[in-house]
Design a binder for this molecule. Structure first.
Ligand code: DAH
Length: 358
C-alpha cells in the first residue's frame, strides 16, 4: 500500500470516529486543512520534475477527492443521525387515547325535585329553603311533638355537639320545621303591613295572603337499608288560609300525582294515620292501574290538617287560620317513576347508574 492509500484510509477512519459535527470538522482540518496531510504532500511536490509533478499530482488529487467523498458521507450520516435522535426525542404517541370531556347531567333525584317544584309552582306554591342543622324547637317542639316522643331519641336522630334546645343541635329529621320557619316569616311580613312596626306579640288574627309553599331538601335519620338511607330527601307542603280544608289537600295532591307520573288514572287513598303536628292525619298511598306495580298500594306521603298548636307556633290565631300540610319522599317518587328498587343506588355515585338518567 502506498502513502496516499494509507492517508485516505486514515482519513476515513478519523471521520468515522467523529460523532459530532465539531469533531468531524477537526478531523477534516488534519487532512484537508492548510497544514493538513494532503496540503503538506502538495507542498512537497515543489522540488519534483514536471513529469513527476504530473503523475504524483494526479494521484494526490484522486486521494483528495476520495477523502472529500468520505467527509461528505460522514457529514450526511451525522446529520441523518441527529435528525433521527431529534425525531425520537420529540416523538408523539398518536395511539394514546385523548383526554375525554364527559357530558354531565342532573342527578335523578334532582330531576324529581325540579319536577315537583314545576308542578307545585303551576299551582301557586312558592319554594322555600331552610337549614339542615336544626334546633329541637323547630324540628320537634314547635311541631307539637312531645318531649318523650320516640323520634327524639338518639336511635332516630343525629345530634350535633354544642347546640341547645333553641340553637342548632341536630340534623333535621324531616322538612316539617320549614312549616314553622316559613310561616313565621310570612306572618311577620304581613303583620307589619297591618299593624305597623308597633306590632305586638300574641297571635295574629288580621288579614294576610294565604301561605302556599313547598320546601324540598335533605333530611337525616339513623337508618340504613335498601329503602332507607341516613341522608334522604323530603319535600314539605303547606297551605294555610281561612277556608283551606281537607278537600283542598285531596285535589292538590291528586293533581300533583297525576302530573308527576303523567297518568290520570292513578288512584289515591288517604289512609287515617297519626302525626303530632296534624289532626286529622292521613298517609297518602297511590296505586298504578297497570304496569309492574299495578294493584299494590304504595305509600308516598304523610299529610293532615295542621294542628291548632302548630298554627299558634306559626304566630297565627287558630280561630281564623286553618290549613293542611304534607311531607313526601322525592327519593321514593324517583324509584317509582324509574322502576329503581334499591335506594342506595342513588347515593353510591356510580356513574354507570347515574348516566342512564341524562
Ligand atoms: N314529617 C313527617 C315525616 O317525616 C311527614 C309528614 C306527615 C309531613 C304529615 C307533614 C304532614 O307535613 O302533615 O314522617
Amino acid at each position: 500500500m502506498n502513502d496516499l492509500q494509507t492517508v485516505v484510509l486514515a482519513a476515513r477512519a478519523a471521520f468515522e470516529l467523529a460523532v459530532t459535527p465539531a469533531e468531524l470538522e477537526n478531523a477534516k482540518a488534519q487532512y484537508l486543512g492548510k497544514s493538513g496531510r494532503i496540503t503538506d504532500m502538495m507542498k512537497g511536490m515543489a522540488a519534483l520534475s514536471v513529469d513527476e509533478k504530473k503523475t504524483l499530482g494526479a494521484a494526490i488529487n484522486l486521494a483528495k477527492q476520495a477523502i472529500e467523498q468520505a467527509l461528505n458521507d460522514r457529514r450526511q450520516a451525522l446529520a441523518e443521525a441527529e435528525l433521527q435522535a431529534q425525531l425520537q426525542a420529540e416523538a408523539l404517541d398518536v395511539s394514546l387515547p385523548g383526554r375525554q370531556r364527559g357530558q354531565g347531567g342532573l342527578h335523578p333525584v334532582s330531576l324529581t325535585l325540579e319536577r315537583i317544584e314545576a308542578i307545585f309552582g303551576s299551582m301557586g306554591f312558592e319554594v322555600a329553603q331552610g337549614p339542615e342543622i336544626e334546633s329541637d324547637w323547630f324540628n320537634f317542639t314547635a311541631l307539637n311533638t312531645p318531649e318523650d316522643h320516640p323520634a327524639r331519641s338518639m336511635h332516630d336522630t343525629f345530634y350535633v355537639e354544642g347546640g341547645t334546645e333553641t340553637a342548632p343541635n341536630l340534623l333535621r329529621t324531616h322538612t316539617s320545621p320549614m312549616q314553622i320557619r316559613h310561616a313565621v316569616q310570612h306572618v311577620k311580613k304581613y303583620r307589619q303591613q297591618v299593624e305597623g312596626t308597633a306590632a305586638t306579640g300574641g297571635l295574629f288574627s288580621g288579614a294576610m295572603p294565604e301561605i302556599r309553599v313547598i320546601a324540598p331538601g335533605r333530611t337525616y335519620r339513623v337508618d340504613s337499608d335498601a329503602t332507607h338511607s341516613p341522608m334522604f330527601h323530603q319535600c314539605e307542603g303547606l297551605w294555610v288560609g281561612e277556608n283551606v280544608s281537607f278537600k283542598d289537600l285531596k285535589y292538590v295532591f291528586t293533581d300533583f300525582c297525576h302530573s308527576f307520573f303523567e297518568n290520570d288514572s292513578l288512584v289515591l287513598r288517604f289512609r287515617p294515620s297519626f302525626f303530632p303536628f296534624t289532626e286529622p292525619s292521613a298517609e297518602i298511598d297511590i296505586q298504578f292501574p297497570s304496569g309492574p306495580l299495578a294493584g299494590r298500594w304504595l305509600e308516598v306521603a304523610g299529610s293532615g290538617q295542621v294542628h291548632p298548636n302548630v298554627i299558634c307556633n306559626m304566630g297565627l290565631d287558630p280561630e281564623r287560620y286553618i290549613g293542611f300540610a304534607f311531607g313526601m319522599g322525592p327519593d321514593r317518587l324517583t324509584m317509582l317513576r324509574y322502576g329503581v328498587n334499591d335506594l342506595r343506588l342513588f347515593f353510591d355515585g356510580d356513574i354507570r347508574f347515574l348516566s342512564q338518567f341524562r
